[in-house]
Ligand binder design. Sequence first.
Ligand code: NAD
Length: 262
Amino acid sequence: MGLLDGKVAFIFGIANHRSIAWGIAKQLHEHGATIALSIFNEDMRRRVEPLAEEIGCEFVEPCDVNQDDEVDAVFEKFKEKYGKLDILVHSIAFAPREALGGRFTDMKREDFKLTLESSAYSLVALAKRAEPLMDEGSSIMTMSYYAAEKYIPDYNAMAIAKSALESITRYLAVDMGPQGIRVNAISAGPIKTLAAAGIPGFRSLIKHFDAVSPLGETVSVDDVGKTAVYLASDLSRMVTGEIIYVDSGYQVLGITVPRDEM
Ligand code: NAD
Protein backbone atom coordinates (compact mmCIF):
# COMPACT_ATOMS: atom_id res chain seq x y z
CA MET A 1 0.00 0.00 0.00
CA GLY A 2 1.36 3.41 -1.03
CA LEU A 3 0.69 6.49 1.11
CA LEU A 4 -0.92 8.19 -1.90
CA ASP A 5 -2.73 5.25 -3.51
CA GLY A 6 -5.87 6.37 -5.36
CA LYS A 7 -4.90 10.05 -5.25
CA VAL A 8 -4.56 12.24 -8.35
CA ALA A 9 -1.93 15.00 -8.42
CA PHE A 10 -1.88 17.92 -10.86
CA ILE A 11 1.62 19.42 -11.02
CA PHE A 12 2.44 22.80 -12.61
CA GLY A 13 6.01 23.95 -13.31
CA ILE A 14 7.99 21.13 -14.86
CA ALA A 15 10.55 22.34 -17.41
CA ASN A 16 13.13 19.53 -17.34
CA HIS A 17 14.74 16.84 -15.17
CA ARG A 18 16.29 19.50 -12.92
CA SER A 19 12.93 21.06 -12.01
CA ILE A 20 11.70 20.84 -8.44
CA ALA A 21 8.35 19.85 -9.98
CA TRP A 22 10.06 16.76 -11.42
CA GLY A 23 11.45 15.77 -8.01
CA ILE A 24 7.95 16.11 -6.59
CA ALA A 25 6.32 14.19 -9.48
CA LYS A 26 8.73 11.27 -9.02
CA GLN A 27 8.19 11.05 -5.27
CA LEU A 28 4.39 11.39 -5.43
CA HIS A 29 4.33 8.69 -8.13
CA GLU A 30 6.59 6.42 -6.08
CA HIS A 31 4.07 6.62 -3.22
CA GLY A 32 1.14 5.66 -5.44
CA ALA A 33 -0.30 8.90 -6.84
CA THR A 34 -1.48 9.26 -10.43
CA ILE A 35 0.35 12.23 -11.96
CA ALA A 36 -0.93 14.88 -14.42
CA LEU A 37 1.49 17.56 -15.61
CA SER A 38 1.09 21.06 -16.98
CA ILE A 39 3.87 22.71 -19.00
CA PHE A 40 4.31 26.41 -19.81
CA ASN A 41 3.96 25.96 -23.58
CA GLU A 42 4.21 23.39 -26.38
CA ASP A 43 7.97 24.02 -26.79
CA MET A 44 8.48 22.18 -23.51
CA ARG A 45 6.67 19.02 -24.55
CA ARG A 46 9.76 17.49 -26.21
CA ARG A 47 11.73 17.62 -22.96
CA VAL A 48 8.89 16.76 -20.57
CA GLU A 49 7.15 13.88 -22.37
CA PRO A 50 9.99 11.37 -21.90
CA LEU A 51 9.93 12.19 -18.17
CA ALA A 52 6.15 11.81 -18.07
CA GLU A 53 6.50 8.35 -19.61
CA GLU A 54 8.92 7.31 -16.85
CA ILE A 55 6.18 7.81 -14.25
CA GLY A 56 3.25 6.54 -16.34
CA CYS A 57 1.80 10.04 -16.70
CA GLU A 58 -0.80 10.27 -19.49
CA PHE A 59 -1.61 13.97 -19.19
CA VAL A 60 0.85 16.66 -20.31
CA GLU A 61 -0.95 19.88 -21.25
CA PRO A 62 0.27 23.43 -21.81
CA CYS A 63 -0.92 26.40 -19.75
CA ASP A 64 0.47 29.89 -19.34
CA VAL A 65 -0.73 30.64 -15.81
CA ASN A 66 -0.98 34.36 -16.62
CA GLN A 67 -3.75 33.68 -19.16
CA ASP A 68 -7.12 32.99 -17.52
CA ASP A 69 -8.52 31.28 -20.63
CA GLU A 70 -5.57 28.87 -20.68
CA VAL A 71 -5.97 28.11 -16.97
CA ASP A 72 -9.70 27.46 -17.47
CA ALA A 73 -9.00 25.23 -20.48
CA VAL A 74 -6.37 23.09 -18.78
CA PHE A 75 -8.56 22.51 -15.71
CA GLU A 76 -11.48 21.61 -18.00
CA LYS A 77 -9.32 19.01 -19.78
CA PHE A 78 -8.07 17.70 -16.45
CA LYS A 79 -11.63 17.42 -15.11
CA GLU A 80 -12.77 15.51 -18.21
CA LYS A 81 -10.01 12.96 -17.74
CA TYR A 82 -9.86 12.52 -13.96
CA GLY A 83 -13.06 14.03 -12.52
CA LYS A 84 -11.43 14.88 -9.17
CA LEU A 85 -8.22 16.35 -7.79
CA ASP A 86 -6.46 15.43 -4.53
CA ILE A 87 -3.10 17.21 -4.80
CA LEU A 88 -2.28 20.51 -6.53
CA VAL A 89 1.41 21.44 -6.86
CA HIS A 90 2.34 25.02 -7.84
CA SER A 91 6.05 25.12 -8.69
CA ILE A 92 6.19 28.21 -10.87
CA ALA A 93 8.16 31.43 -10.82
CA PHE A 94 9.20 33.97 -13.39
CA ALA A 95 10.99 37.32 -13.32
CA PRO A 96 12.38 39.36 -16.20
CA ARG A 97 16.19 39.45 -16.07
CA GLU A 98 16.14 43.18 -15.24
CA ALA A 99 14.13 42.46 -12.08
CA LEU A 100 16.89 40.25 -10.66
CA GLY A 101 20.14 41.86 -9.55
CA GLY A 102 21.10 45.50 -9.85
CA ARG A 103 19.91 48.24 -7.57
CA PHE A 104 16.53 47.35 -6.01
CA THR A 105 15.49 50.98 -6.10
CA ASP A 106 15.64 50.93 -9.91
CA MET A 107 12.87 48.30 -10.13
CA LYS A 108 10.54 48.98 -13.06
CA ARG A 109 6.79 48.89 -12.49
CA GLU A 110 6.16 46.50 -15.41
CA ASP A 111 8.88 44.05 -14.30
CA PHE A 112 7.56 44.11 -10.73
CA LYS A 113 3.99 43.45 -11.89
CA LEU A 114 4.95 40.58 -14.19
CA THR A 115 7.07 38.92 -11.48
CA LEU A 116 4.29 39.16 -8.89
CA GLU A 117 1.62 37.99 -11.32
CA SER A 118 3.60 34.98 -12.59
CA SER A 119 5.13 33.91 -9.28
CA ALA A 120 2.49 34.77 -6.66
CA TYR A 121 -0.97 35.51 -8.11
CA SER A 122 -0.69 32.35 -10.22
CA LEU A 123 -1.18 30.30 -7.03
CA VAL A 124 -4.55 32.01 -6.47
CA ALA A 125 -5.52 31.40 -10.11
CA LEU A 126 -4.75 27.67 -9.85
CA ALA A 127 -6.17 27.14 -6.35
CA LYS A 128 -9.48 28.75 -7.37
CA ARG A 129 -9.92 26.26 -10.24
CA ALA A 130 -8.71 23.32 -8.16
CA GLU A 131 -11.08 23.92 -5.23
CA PRO A 132 -14.33 22.67 -6.86
CA LEU A 133 -12.55 19.41 -7.81
CA MET A 134 -11.24 18.78 -4.30
CA ASP A 135 -12.73 16.80 -1.41
CA GLU A 136 -11.90 16.97 2.27
CA GLY A 137 -8.30 15.87 2.87
CA SER A 138 -6.98 17.38 -0.36
CA SER A 139 -3.73 19.30 -0.42
CA ILE A 140 -2.35 22.33 -2.25
CA MET A 141 1.34 23.20 -2.08
CA THR A 142 3.65 25.85 -3.48
CA MET A 143 7.42 26.48 -3.54
CA SER A 144 8.95 29.38 -1.64
CA TYR A 145 12.42 30.57 -0.73
CA TYR A 146 14.04 32.24 2.30
CA ALA A 147 14.23 35.55 0.36
CA ALA A 148 10.56 35.88 1.36
CA GLU A 149 11.75 36.75 4.87
CA LYS A 150 15.30 38.07 4.72
CA TYR A 151 17.45 40.09 2.36
CA ILE A 152 19.21 37.80 -0.13
CA PRO A 153 21.45 39.52 -2.71
CA ASP A 154 19.95 39.94 -6.20
CA TYR A 155 16.55 38.31 -5.55
CA ASN A 156 14.91 41.76 -5.75
CA ALA A 157 11.44 41.36 -7.35
CA MET A 158 11.48 37.60 -6.70
CA ALA A 159 11.98 38.21 -2.97
CA ILE A 160 8.83 40.35 -2.91
CA ALA A 161 6.99 37.70 -4.93
CA LYS A 162 7.97 35.01 -2.40
CA SER A 163 6.77 37.18 0.52
CA ALA A 164 3.45 37.57 -1.30
CA LEU A 165 3.33 33.84 -2.06
CA GLU A 166 3.76 32.93 1.62
CA SER A 167 1.04 35.37 2.59
CA ILE A 168 -1.25 33.97 -0.12
CA THR A 169 -0.59 30.50 1.31
CA ARG A 170 -1.96 31.64 4.68
CA TYR A 171 -5.02 33.37 3.20
CA LEU A 172 -5.91 30.39 0.99
CA ALA A 173 -5.45 28.07 3.98
CA VAL A 174 -8.06 30.01 5.94
CA ASP A 175 -10.47 30.27 2.98
CA MET A 176 -10.25 26.58 2.20
CA GLY A 177 -9.97 25.22 5.74
CA PRO A 178 -13.73 24.72 6.13
CA GLN A 179 -13.68 22.41 3.08
CA GLY A 180 -10.86 20.39 4.63
CA ILE A 181 -8.39 21.51 1.94
CA ARG A 182 -4.87 22.17 3.27
CA VAL A 183 -2.59 24.81 1.71
CA ASN A 184 1.12 24.87 2.53
CA ALA A 185 4.44 26.10 1.15
CA ILE A 186 7.81 24.38 1.02
CA SER A 187 10.73 26.77 1.44
CA ALA A 188 13.59 25.00 -0.32
CA GLY A 189 17.30 25.68 -0.08
CA PRO A 190 19.07 26.74 -3.31
CA ILE A 191 19.02 24.10 -6.08
CA LYS A 192 20.58 24.43 -9.55
CA THR A 193 17.57 24.63 -11.86
CA LEU A 194 16.62 26.65 -14.93
CA ALA A 195 14.88 29.32 -12.82
CA ALA A 196 17.86 29.56 -10.45
CA ALA A 197 20.22 30.15 -13.39
CA GLY A 198 18.56 33.58 -13.77
CA ILE A 199 19.80 34.72 -10.35
CA PRO A 200 23.20 36.45 -10.65
CA GLY A 201 25.77 34.93 -8.26
CA PHE A 202 23.72 31.77 -7.67
CA ARG A 203 26.86 29.58 -7.69
CA SER A 204 28.43 31.47 -4.80
CA LEU A 205 25.09 31.33 -2.99
CA ILE A 206 25.12 27.50 -3.13
CA LYS A 207 28.78 27.40 -2.06
CA HIS A 208 28.04 29.60 0.94
CA PHE A 209 24.94 27.55 1.77
CA ASP A 210 26.91 24.29 1.75
CA ALA A 211 29.62 25.81 3.95
CA VAL A 212 27.30 27.11 6.66
CA SER A 213 24.06 25.08 6.73
CA PRO A 214 23.77 22.69 9.68
CA LEU A 215 23.41 19.59 7.49
CA GLY A 216 26.16 20.86 5.19
CA GLU A 217 24.67 19.53 1.98
CA THR A 218 22.92 21.00 -1.04
CA VAL A 219 19.22 20.19 -1.13
CA SER A 220 18.06 18.01 -4.05
CA VAL A 221 14.75 18.00 -5.90
CA ASP A 222 14.12 14.55 -4.41
CA ASP A 223 14.52 15.98 -0.89
CA VAL A 224 11.80 18.51 -1.72
CA GLY A 225 9.71 15.72 -3.27
CA LYS A 226 9.84 13.69 -0.04
CA THR A 227 8.41 16.58 1.98
CA ALA A 228 5.80 17.00 -0.76
CA VAL A 229 4.72 13.40 -0.09
CA TYR A 230 4.19 14.28 3.58
CA LEU A 231 2.17 17.39 2.66
CA ALA A 232 0.13 15.48 0.08
CA SER A 233 -0.69 12.63 2.45
CA ASP A 234 -2.80 12.09 5.51
CA LEU A 235 0.40 12.35 7.60
CA SER A 236 -0.03 16.15 7.49
CA ARG A 237 -3.79 16.00 8.19
CA MET A 238 -3.77 18.93 10.63
CA VAL A 239 -1.06 21.03 8.97
CA THR A 240 -2.16 24.06 6.96
CA GLY A 241 -0.96 27.60 6.19
CA GLU A 242 2.59 26.49 7.06
CA ILE A 243 5.94 27.22 5.52
CA ILE A 244 7.97 24.00 5.77
CA TYR A 245 11.74 24.37 5.37
CA VAL A 246 13.66 21.85 3.28
CA ASP A 247 16.88 23.81 3.50
CA SER A 248 19.52 21.75 5.28
CA GLY A 249 18.64 23.78 8.40
CA TYR A 250 19.86 27.12 7.01
CA GLN A 251 17.00 29.27 8.29
CA VAL A 252 17.70 28.55 11.98
CA LEU A 253 21.07 30.31 11.78
CA GLY A 254 21.45 33.68 13.49
CA ILE A 255 24.93 34.22 12.07
CA THR A 256 26.32 32.27 9.15
CA VAL A 257 29.85 31.23 10.01
CA PRO A 258 31.39 28.47 7.88
CA ARG A 259 31.46 25.28 9.96
CA ASP A 260 35.22 24.87 9.48
CA GLU A 261 35.80 28.30 11.04
CA MET A 262 33.78 27.61 14.21
P1 NAD B 1 12.27 25.58 -13.07
O1 NAD B 1 12.77 26.59 -14.04
O2 NAD B 1 12.56 24.17 -13.35
O3 NAD B 1 10.71 25.76 -12.82
C1 NAD B 1 10.04 26.99 -12.97
C2 NAD B 1 8.84 26.68 -13.83
O4 NAD B 1 7.97 27.81 -13.92
C3 NAD B 1 9.21 26.29 -15.27
O5 NAD B 1 8.67 25.04 -15.57
C4 NAD B 1 8.56 27.37 -16.11
O6 NAD B 1 8.12 26.91 -17.36
C5 NAD B 1 7.37 27.73 -15.21
N1 NAD B 1 6.74 28.99 -15.57
C6 NAD B 1 7.26 30.25 -15.53
N2 NAD B 1 6.33 31.15 -15.95
C7 NAD B 1 5.21 30.43 -16.24
C8 NAD B 1 3.92 30.77 -16.71
N3 NAD B 1 3.58 32.06 -16.98
N4 NAD B 1 3.01 29.78 -16.90
C9 NAD B 1 3.32 28.49 -16.65
N5 NAD B 1 4.53 28.10 -16.19
C10 NAD B 1 5.47 29.07 -16.00
O7 NAD B 1 12.92 26.02 -11.67
P2 NAD B 1 12.63 25.50 -10.17
O8 NAD B 1 13.81 25.97 -9.39
O9 NAD B 1 12.24 24.09 -10.17
O10 NAD B 1 11.41 26.42 -9.73
C11 NAD B 1 10.20 25.90 -9.21
C12 NAD B 1 9.75 26.71 -8.01
O11 NAD B 1 10.65 26.48 -6.93
C13 NAD B 1 9.75 28.22 -8.24
O12 NAD B 1 8.65 28.79 -7.56
C14 NAD B 1 11.05 28.65 -7.57
O13 NAD B 1 11.05 30.01 -7.17
C15 NAD B 1 11.01 27.73 -6.37
N6 NAD B 1 12.26 27.59 -5.65
C16 NAD B 1 13.42 27.31 -6.30
C17 NAD B 1 14.61 27.21 -5.59
C18 NAD B 1 15.91 26.93 -6.30
O14 NAD B 1 16.94 27.22 -5.74
N7 NAD B 1 15.88 26.35 -7.48
C19 NAD B 1 14.61 27.38 -4.21
C20 NAD B 1 13.42 27.65 -3.56
C21 NAD B 1 12.24 27.76 -4.28
